[in-house]
Design a protein. Structure first.
Length: 379
């Protein structure tokens, strides 16, 4: 794998650097990347509860995930239909953070419980839900106080993915709610907080009004994460530093390029990218950028159909366009290219950049197709 100039490393390490720590959650961390089976691994360190949480009822796997390879859907929301037993003895009596992605399957004003513990009383049972008194937001029922997080858009909309994070700073006496990495509400905690229980679960909190929707990237921390930490890592998979977004478009032979990492983008190591499913001999151009929102004032993604490449998109800004690489392989869909670049040591943890490939292909009048894109976060 040939190394490229230091420009790539400089871009990755300097783009969007924030003073945040990307360590793993201490209590629970479900990536939901298995895609099959009846358990999901707890990647928290050191972790509490079961090392692999068990499905109860019939949650189903769906791909891809909002972040990562897969996510879990909890079905129709009928009483006790599906949930995940974590094995964690709930303890929210000190500092903590709970965060995850959620997606309703249907637009509804009815109460739908997403996670909680019916045995954790303070004096109300701990639960988080959409609908009912939550209005168009999401409601955290704790009893010391409750917290209603209402962003400037309706969350109870079918198919809408939203990231929700809640922190408690016990020393400061503050309960704070975030939506999509942005602080929405903060209230004073009115203790004493004695939220402890034995039955924390996902997909509901009792046998009634289960969650008619999906969950991805569920995390419980034993610390109150800072706003900077929430903002830096709400949209990435922790411990990998690599999250795909956007879709590739088909080239000659109807093959769609793929994008995979080689290693973890860790400071002081060499990280790589690999584009696959290419036609043998095709030229692939690595591209790197610092934004997935705009480039030169143009909103992203940019529909390349406007330039003659129907179904293709530019998913990232073009701060660095590297030299073309020629795909190995001898036939349609058999080729791949790879590049690597060193990531220097330094205060770059949390730096974010975006990457992908543009592939030369005569399938359209522009003569280009695109791979998926990746958000890369330095670990």
């Amino acid at each position: 794998m040939a190394k490229k100039p230091s420009l790539a490393a400089l871009l990755l390490t300097c783009a969007g650097a924030v003073p945040a720590a990307a360590q793993l959650p201490q209590t629970l961390y479900y990536r939901f990347n298995e895609g099959s089976g009846t358990t999901t691994a707890n990647f928290a360190s050191p972790g509490q509860g079961a090392s692999s949480a068990s499905f109860v009822g019939t949650p189903t796997w769906q791909t891809p995930g909002q972040v990562g390879a897969a996510h879990v859907d909890f079905g129709t929301g009928s009483a006790g239909a599906a949930n995940i037993a974590t094995g964690w003895a709930t303890d929210l009596s000190a500092d903590w953070t709970i965060e995850c992605w959620i997606r309703p399957n249907a637009s509804s004003t009815s109460v739908q419980y997403i996670y909680g513990d019916t045995t954790a009383n303070n004096p109300s049972s701990f639960r988080v839900f959409l609908g009912g008194v939550a209005g168009t937001g999401i409601f955290l029922r704790t009893g010391w106080p409750d917290l209603n997080i209402v962003p400037p858009f309706a969350m109870n909309v079918a198919g809408l993915w939203t990231h929700v994070a809640v922190t408690q700073d016990a020393t400061a006496g503050l309960l704070t709610g975030f939506i999509n990495g942005v602080q929405i509400v903060q209230v004073a905690s009115t203790g004493p907080n004695q939220l402890r229980g034995t039955n924390f679960r996902l997909g509901g909190y009792t046998g009634t009004s289960s969650w008619n929707g999906a969950i991805d990237e569920f995390r419980v921390w034993s610390v109150a994460r800072t706003p900077a930490e929430i903002a830096a890592f709400w949209n990435v998979e922790l411990g990998t530093g690599f999250a795909l977004y956007g879709a590739g478009c088909a080239g000659s032979g109807s093959f769609v390029p793929t994008l995979l990492p080689n290693g973890v983008p860790q400071r002081g190591t060499t990280f790589g990218l690999r584009a696959g499913n290419l036609n043998g001999g095709a030229l692939a151009v690595p591209i790197l950028g610092i934004s997935d929102l705009q480039w030169l004032g143009i909103a992203l993604p940019l529909d390349l159909g406007l330039l003659g490449a129907s179904g293709c998109n530019l998913w990232l800004s073009l701060e660095a366009v590297l030299s073309p690489l020629q795909a190995n392989g001898a036939g349609p869909g058999t080729g791949s290219v790879a590049l690597s670049f060193p990531i220097p040591n330094g205060p770059y943890q949390g730096a974010v950049a975006f990457a992908g490939f543009l592939i030369v292909d005569p399938v359209n009048s522009l003569g280009l197709i695109n791979s998926p894109a990746a958000r890369i976060t330095i670990q």
